[in-house]
Design a protein around this ligand. Structure first.
Ligand code: IVH
Length: 685
């Protein structure tokens, strides 16, 4: 840099900051893929705000300082909000919170109460009810108009389609859609198993999900919603808190942490409490929202161009730490996708030592302009994988060089490819690249596929190394004499401990028994086990039901596959490609010869146990042992029916954690049995 040149003019600074913030808004709201932390965003916004204050003539008309972030996505119908969907002013400091209190007191000229609420880290939504019916759900969009996502929102079980009690004729209520941590983890596990990229955090996955075009896909993802802002005839209530309590009686889900606070001291105690306790919640919060309780006072305080003067968000610090990037390694997954991983100088963050962080793909590396030797900031929200959010450019060594993405597979040396429109690099050597081969076998023996639990990752590793396993068909050729006595010692890189894998008599018999038993696995699970990209459990079930045999699937054209419900272009294309590979056909033939089910065997369908015959169930809440879908499947397997909402015809409500109190009340009023996950397990024996 030329040390004698003058700093950029205010115009250049304002233009650059405006451009940058708009891009971040787009990443955050539209793509649901933010590339900087909230804190960094707020810092940039404050910088621009200060510059605009000093040079108002240079401010852009659509400056992010004036406009609520966001834009409307193109595939939904956009509709105007009844009232602008504003955001909140926010702060990270107690002093600023006290200043907010002072200012509000001055304007109000008296003492007043606040309501302190959790700030849910999700996706804002405005629901409109008319005559008790949910008629519209709009996203924030640009604050003036949003996307109509009503059909998708209707799949969220805690959002009632029909209210009960003494609800107003027409009103809107706004809230936040989010995903519980456990549900998010489970969904990501599934995605990785199916060869799809995992979501970075629950907020992104909630936002990404609600913008999906297929409501049936949305329904499969466990979203939840808390409502926090009534808009309608506010004269019905004296205070905001009253509005929440009454909305709850209509069947709407309100979070019960909301608390009336007599002073800012009480608010501060609430904040400190939740900052400590938030890790125990089943969902993520990123702060506390503080609102003036009295509606009268809210009206008197009014709004600035962007925010209400009667509310503020206090944001929790996301812990971050500075460390050094020592090297970058590249990991190859089951699908051949290559993930760059940052190896870091160990650093303590939220109680755990962080040594590694995913760098995701080349685009992210380029965006961060990260280099070996750089000082980087890692951030960790909740239990999420640590993320590198920023490079400290001032600390960059003078001789550093831009990071080059590898051109060849680190495992097998094959030249990598990058498919058009995809961000990941792939190793195309499916049949010869060790982590891909082993990954496919691990997937094949997984519980939801062939369920060979005597065959874990270490044993697969060992048998592959000894040349006994080259593909999934080889399991069925294994002989006692070949596997008995094999052993291997490995060292765990993380802990430094050594581990022995040794196959003695009992294990050898167990392995062979597991493999033999797996021959009874139904066709749909064998199909899932083959690990065809994008053919997850549900798609495998659909394909098996529709085509009945593997030969019919192999022979199906793109159009025939595409005609099946929920099989889109990507899945159809992937299936065609898989069956075009002669090695895959050979595997299929070998599996057939080994006696596996490669067609739907109508006579061999498991006998139906009709314990729950004709009984109808409402499954609601979050469960600890099984997912909601697993419970529903089990109900159907035992002859029961799943229904969406509680009525006098419901026999049982299967209730998990966080089931709305209104639902519980309704079930009790109607005399319906409310049972727990454990009761249900007992019921089906
Ligand atoms: S009240 C005009 N209450 O945080 C006031 N917002 O940073 C409207 N949020 O735009 C918002 N939890 O998307 C409110 N308990 C809560 C909230 C909450 C999360 C979101 C909401 C808002 C943003 C502000």
């Amino acid at each position: 840099m030329d040390l004698f040149s003058s700093p950029p003019s205010p115009k250049i600074q304002i233009d650059a900051l405006t451009r940058e913030l708009k891009e971040h808004n787009y990443n955050y709201y539209v793509l649901a893929e933010p590339t900087i932390s909230d804190r960094e965003f707020d810092r940039l916004l404050k910088e621009l705000e200060a510059l605009e204050k000093e040079f108002p003539e240079l401010a852009h008309l659509d400056s992010p300082v004036k406009v609520v972030g966001g834009a409307v996505t193109k595939n939904f119908i956009t509709k105007k909000h009844s009232r602008p969907m504003l955001s909140l002013g926010n702060t990270y400091s107690e002093a600023e919170l006290r200043e907010f209190d002072e200012r509000a007191k001055k304007l109000a000229g008296m003492d007043f109460e606040y309501v302190a609420e959790l700030k849910f880290d999700g996706f804002a939504i405005g629901l409109t009810y008319k005559n008790g019916k949910l008629i519209q759900a709009l996203t924030r969009g640009d604050g003036t108009q949003g996307d109509d996502v009503t059909e998708n929102v209707k799949t969220i079980r805690t959002i009632p389609h029909q209210l009960h009690g003494n609800y107003p004729e027409e009103f809107e209520i706004r809230g936040e859609i989010f995903m519980h941590r456990k549900a998010f983890d489970r969904m990501n596990e599934e995605r990785v198993k199916n060869g799809e990229a995992p979501f970075a955090n629950p907020r992104n996955s909630a936002a990404g999900t609600i913008k999906m075009q297929e409501s049936s896909e949305v329904a499969k993802r466990p979203l939840d919603c808390f409502l926090y802002h009534f808009l309608g005839d506010e004269k019905r209530f004296l205070t905001h808190y009253d509005s929440l309590k009454e909305a709850e009686t209509w069947g709407l889900q309100i979070n019960d942490a909301a608390k009336v606070c007599k002073s800012m001291d009480e608010v501060w105690a609430f904040i400190k409490h939740w900052d400590k306790e938030r890790k125990k919640l089943s969902f993520e919060i990123d702060g506390v929202v503080v609102k003036v309780n009295s509606y009268q006072l809210q009206h008197e305080l009014g709004f600035t161009a962007k925010n209400p003067r009667w509310a503020i968000a206090y944001k929790f610090e996301t812990e971050r730490a500075a460390t050094k990037l020592l090297s970058v390694s590249f990991q190859v997954g089951r699908t051949g996708a290559v993930t760059p991983v940052a190896n870091l100088e160990p650093v303590l963050l939220l109680g755990t030592t962080v040594k590694r962080a995913s760098l995701h793909n080349q685009d992210i590396i380029n965006e961060l302009d990260i280099r070996v030797g750089d000082t980087v900031f890692v951030e960790k929200g909740g239990e999420i994988i640590p993320k590198i959010i920023e490079v400290d450019l001032d600390m960059r060594p003078l001789d550093s060089k831009p990071l080059e993405f590898i051109t060849h597979c680190p495992e097998c040396g094959t030249a990598l490819i990058r498919k058009e429109g995809e961000v990941a690099h792939y190793c195309p050597n499916e049949e010869g690249c060790p982590p891909q081969i082993k990954g496919k076998m691990v997937h094949f023996v997984a519980r939801k596929a062939l369920d060979i639990d005597s065959m874990g990752e270490e044993r697969i590793d060992l048998l592959h190394e000894k040349g006994l396993l080259k593909n999934v068909a080889d399991f069925y050729d294994l002989k006692y004499e070949q596997i008995f006595g094999l052993s291997k010692t490995t060292k765990d890189e993380e802990t430094g401990k050594t581990k022995d894998t040794r196959i003695l008599e009992k294990s050898a018999n167990n392995i062979l028994l597991g493999i033999e038993t797996s021959k009874n696995t139904p066709f749909e699970r064998v199909l899932f086990g083959l690990g065809i990209r994008f053919v997850g459990e549900t798609v495998a079930k659909k394909l098996a039901k529709y085509f009945k045999t593997i030969d019919a699937i192999a022979a199906a054209t793109f159009e025939e596959l595409n005609a099946v419900d929920e099989i889109g272009d990507t899945i159809a294309e992937s299936i065609i490609q898989w069956f075009a590979n002669p090695q895959h056909i050979e595997i299929i033939e070998k599996l057939k010869a080994a006696g596996l089910h490669l067609s739907v065997d109508e006579s061999n369908q498991p006998e139906i146990d009709n314990k729950l015959d004709g009984k109808s169930f409402v499954v609601s809440g979050v469960f600890t042992k099984f997912s909601r879908d697993e419970l529903k499947d089990t109900i159907e397997k035992f002859g029961g029916k799943n229904v969406g909402s509680i009525s006098s015809k419901t026999d049982f409500v299967l209730a998990g954690e966080n089931m709305g109190p209104a639902k519980l009340q309704k079930a009790t009023d109607l005399g319906i049995k409310v049972i727990s996950e454990e009761d249900f397990m007992e019921m089906i024996g």
